[in-house]
Design a protein around this ligand. Structure first.
Ligand code: G
Ligand code: G
Ligand code: MN
Length: 529
């Protein structure tokens, strides 16, 4: 049962597991729509920048042409030439000749000179800018005049700013940046704020959120001008909705799955003892046998028992349930069940090969309990085996955990069972402590066998382990042998026994009996040949 404080922890964790993906999806929606809107806004500003560059080029070209024409100022020929200039320039409404701030004539003909007053801005590169009031030009708004030397280009600012935008209320402006004034060369809408002119030096373009607008600025260095495009922040929020429509359900789904998994795991964990007891009652445990072979003859001389648990919906891995069972003190129930299953299978093997050796895994708590001795007596009784048929495997952790372990192991060996150390070298003990343990067999862990490669390159650790086992006169079983070169290496180094996929995967009782039977028949045939 879940207790009070665990319920609290589990609910909080489940809630967090749900909320994190949901919040992440909200954040992602915002970031994505900000990025989209930013790239659109910056695009408008860059578009405007290109137009200003074009105007700049056309202005310079016109000035050069007029400078070089050698025609009489405002003569019909020069007016004709100016008309050609303005027809060839997309943003120039009219070309004109200017002198001391007075328009003398335009490409549309010679009229009375028009005085423009003082230039509004000196925009750099000897270019001055003036305004002509709308009433003088018969346009609904003032026109701009850019003058370079004796040439002037009359430009309709609204035409320059007439950029197709995705949303209607985008503010576009070209403003003077040099003097710190917010003088406008051209602007649509009234909203250009002086904050927007404040741009870090040496940056060519930047985008900020300010006063309810997403503002992109691009510098026009040759004009000392700044191009500004500003989109109301509301558009970002509106766009969030479009991303949120699929991102937030996705986040909720992920969060839901995560929360459910967490909750289920907590439940499985908390109800593990109940599940385990039921599994034992319902006989959901079964065993597989992995053949152990003699390397010289390739004869199967025995097998290791590996327990399996099949629940109604999944096959549980022993790497998961063995530690769990150890933790909640129920491993002995599993051991009892395994001994029971094996005691009934073993006579089948012994009938074929009376010297067959069965290896059974025990865990630390099995070895700390003297009742194990009675259980082993019962095992011999039911199976009809003798102690020489049985090897008991324990991990090095089990060997070292408690002083009572040594007592049990001593008693088992006194009864004639052999005892093996499993997974040796993967724990925390040193090679040196091997000689202090009451042992018959050393199982060389798969991790070390894996280091034996074709061609003989090998980690020195395997060599040391083998050397040491020889010195202590221990039997050796190499685990996880997967290739012929590994088997060859082990044989050459005097390891007598091995198990692994090279020789046979863990298998059911029947296939192993058949294999033993075949082997026995072949041996009998050899004997009588
Ligand atoms: O073959 P398998 O992947 O199931 O083995 C995983 C681990 O479970 C191995 O370390 C093995 O020693 C352990 N194991 C298998 N069967 C038993 C058993 O009956 N009792 C104990 N204590 N451990 C076992
Ligand atoms: O008890 P022990 O920790 O030795 O468990 C042996 C484990 O190794 C089991 O999980 C078994 O299924 C697995 N195994 C057995 N032979 C091989 C092999 O040749 N290669 C690999 N990768 N695993 C193996
Ligand atoms: Mn083992």
């Amino acid at each position: 049962m879940l207790n009070q404080s665990r319920v609290g922890v589990v609910s909080t964790m489940t809630m967090v597991a749900f909320l994190v993906p949901v919040l992440a999806s909200v954040y992602l929606s915002w970031r994505e729509s900000y990025a989209r809107e930013k790239s659109l806004t910056l695009g408008y500003a860059q578009n405007l920048e290109r137009r200003m560059d074009e105007i700049s080029g056309q202005l310079e070209e016109g000035a050069d042409t007029l400078q070089a024409d050698g025609l009489a100022p405002c003569s019909p020929q020069e007016v004709k030439l100016m008309r050609q200039i303005d027809l060839g320039s997309s943003y120039i409404k009219a070309a004109a000749r200017i002198e001391r701030s007075t328009l003398l004539c335009t490409s549309q003909g010679v009229t009375n000179p028009v005085s423009l007053g003082k230039p509004e801005l000196a925009t750099g590169l000897d270019v001055s800018e003036y305004s002509i009031p709308g009433r003088q030009t018969k346009t609904p708004h003032p026109l701009k005049v850019f003058a370079e030397g004796k040439f002037a280009a009359i430009v309709d600012p609204n035409l320059v700013l007439d950029i197709a935008t995705e949303s209607p209320d985008v503010e576009l402006a070209v403003v003077d940046s040099s003097s710190g004034k917010s003088g406008r060369v051209a602007a649509l809408g009234p909203a250009v704020s002086s904050d927007w002119l404040d741009m870090p030096a040496h940056t060519a373009q930047s985008t900020i959120l300010n006063a309810g607008y997403l503002v992109s600025r691009v510098r026009l260095p040759q004009w000392h001008l700044l191009v500004i495009a500003a989109t109301p922040q509301g558009y970002i929020d509106r766009r969030i909705g479009r991303f949120a429509v699929f991102l937030i359900p996705l986040g909720a789904l992920c969060g839901g799955v995560l929360a459910l998994t967490l909750w289920l795991m907590a439940r499985i964990h908390s109800s593990f003892p109940t599940m385990l007891r039921r599994a034992i009652r319902e006989e959901s445990f079964y065993v597989l046998y992995q053949p152990v072979i003699e390397l010289v003859t390739l004869r199967v001389i025995g097998a290791e028992v590996l327990v399996r648990w099949r629940t109604s919906y999944a096959e549980m891995r022993p790497d998961f349930f063995i530690p769990q069972a150890e933790q909640c003190g129920l491993i002995q129930l599993i051991t009892e069940r395994v001994l029971d299953l094996v005691a009934h299978d073993l006579p089948r093997f012994l009938r074929i090969d009376p010297r067959f050796r069965i290896a059974i895994n025990l865990s630390a708590s099995d070895l700390q309990d003297v009742r194990l001795l009675d259980a082993m007596d019962r095992f011999l009784e039911i199976s009809g085996a003798s102690p020489e048929n049985v090897e008991l495997e324990a991990t090095e952790r089990a060997f070292l955990e408690s002083p009572s372990t040594a007592k049990t192991i001593g008693a088992l060996r006194a009864k004639g069972f052999s005892v093996a150390i499993d997974d040796f070298g993967t724990g925390y003990s040193s090679l040196a402590c091997l000689q202090t343990l009451p042992l018959d067999t050393l199982k060389i862990d798969r991790a070390f066998v894996d280091t034996i490669h074709a061609g003989g390159t090998t980690s020195h650790v395997v060599e040391h382990i083998i050397e040491m086992a020889h010195e202590l006169d221990l039997e050796m079983v190499a685990e996880g042998v997967e290739t012929e070169p590994q088997a060859q290496y082990l044989l050459e180094h005097g390891v007598r026994l091995a198990q692994g996929w090279q020789f046979g995967r863990p298998m059911e009782l029947e296939p192993l009996c058949q294999r033993l039977q075949l082997q026995a028949s072949a041996e009998a045939a050899m004997l009588f040949a």
